[in-house]
Design a protein around this ligand. Structure first.
Ligand SMILES: [Zn+2]
Length: 237
């Protein structure tokens, strides 16, 4: 069982909730479909409809286990509210995030054992991944977007499955990236994202259900970051 509501119900974009704690400009809710972000993935965005009006939810901060929804205004809502997730924002992040799995798989396949040393998915349809790679021609990396677009064109199913965390630790390549840290499940299982025949790795982020839902993917820049690290910047076309 997933801890995140957005993992259990990926199509839930609007629901009732109750404010359980409030401070000026932020609230804790009894339930929320918002993805809190993490590991470089920006959180969901959206709106909170409360007794006093509608206020944007601009971010999520987890403090001592409490998930605070950060509001765009210094209001202090209470009681029953309506939570709305920005579906366009969710979609942009899920597209880039899913594409970054494919990019990661292509790099890993071509240069076996390569580790991801950082990743970031932004709200503005851009992102980056850092790889521990040396002595690789940057033009080779720059050309990898053709492979990502090929996988998008093949419209491959993306599934989330739960595996035993002990088994996951012994499966080569399964836990290789530092992307979105999967949330723990009550029974100690690990959430794995399986892009059929392309990539399989532990991840707690938001993804598409089919690669064909992504807009075209473009690598915009490859930079050297230190002796070993390459930073690949990318965007949705
Ligand atoms: Zn992921």
């Amino acid at each position: 069982m997933a801890v995140y509501l957005c993992h259990e119900f990926p199509d839930l974009y609007e629901h009732d909730a109750e404010v359980v704690a409030a401070q000026p400009g932020r609230v804790v809710l009894d339930r929320s479909a918002f993805h809190p972000g993490g590991g470089g993935q920006v959180s969901d965005a959206g709106w909170l409809e409360h007794g006093g009006g509608v206020v944007p939810i601009v971010g999520v901060e987890t403090v001592d286990g409490d998930v605070w929804h950060v509001l765009g205004e210094d209001v202090e809502p209470s009681g029953p509210v309506l939570v709305r997730v920005d579906a366009d924002h969710r979609s942009r992040v899920a597209q880039l995030h899913t594409d970054s799995h494919v990019l990661n798989a292509l790099v890993y396949g071509r240069f076996p054992g390569t580790l991801v040393t950082g990743a970031q998915i932004n709200a503005d349809s851009t992102g980056r991944m850092d790889f521990d790679l040396s002595a690789i021609d940057n033009d080779v990396l720059r050309g990898l977007d053709a492979g990502v677009n090929d996988v998008i064109g093949q419209a491959i199913d993306v599934r989330s499955v739960y595996v035993d965390a002990d088994d996951a630790g012994t499966t080569a390549g399964l836990v290789r990236s530092l992307s979105v840290a999967p949330p723990p499940t009550p029974d100690g299982r690990l959430r794995v994202i399986d892009i059929d025949g392309v990539d399989r790795q532990a991840c707690g982020g938001t993804h598409l259900s089919n690669t064909g839902q992504s807009r075209p993917f473009r690598i915009t820049k490859v930079e050297n970051k230190g002796k070993r690290n390459r930073r690949i910047r990318f965007a949705l076309d």
